[in-house]
Design a protein around this ligand. Sequence first.
Ligand code: SF4
Ligand code: SF4
Length: 225
Amino acid sequence: MGRFAGFAVTFKQMFKPRVTGFYPREKRPKPPRFHGRHVLNRYEDGMEKCIGCELCAGVCPAKCIYVRGADNPTDAPVSPGERYGFVYEINYLRCIHCDLCVEACPTEAITESKLFEFSFSNREDAIYTKRELVVDDEGRARRQPWELWLDESENDNNSEWMRATSSAGAAAYEGRVNWSGELGYGVRSPERGQSGIMRSASGMTAPDEPVVRVDEEAADEGSRN
Ligand code: SF4
Ligand code: SF4
């Protein structure tokens, strides 16, 4: 019987619920603040949000961002300000997806999509330039041949991790829309803040719905009992 003991284990497993998925054809939902590959955003009028200030490069702990700013050409400005980022590179052989660059950016130019399924066979592909990073005319990330974009609706979304130092840190600003308009996506939902989970009457956070803080709901519940 000894030699069949192993088969018995296999046989028993056959009738248990399957826990494995069909990755990569089927992917699990990613957390709202998932940090994926970056995009450089544009305003709804098509102008680039990056002003070439280099704050993201300065704060990056892995020193993987290289930015050079330049004065906007007066006849064909690239961004609404005086300056724009005319060189922008991220070295993904170094990036640790900490999102400090996202927090440091004053214009919401750099954010992270939810795509993490990308790999390279040469060092050149690992260095993303403006050609790869700036979103297309519909506001979506430009798909590269070495990236696996299967679930467009999810991966295209920006991570909800924006700026921890933004006004969302103050309870008074929770539920207010602070983000500027974005090509292809319009204005994002209000920030949830850090002092409590925000949700509207329908259960979803939405810009124009009344927002109810969970701890206030609990207080209401308590006063009714
Ligand atoms: S996510 Fe972190 S490591 Fe990656 S580019 Fe931004 S600051 Fe640098
Ligand atoms: S991405 Fe943001 S922080 Fe970085 S250079 Fe552009 S505007 Fe400045």
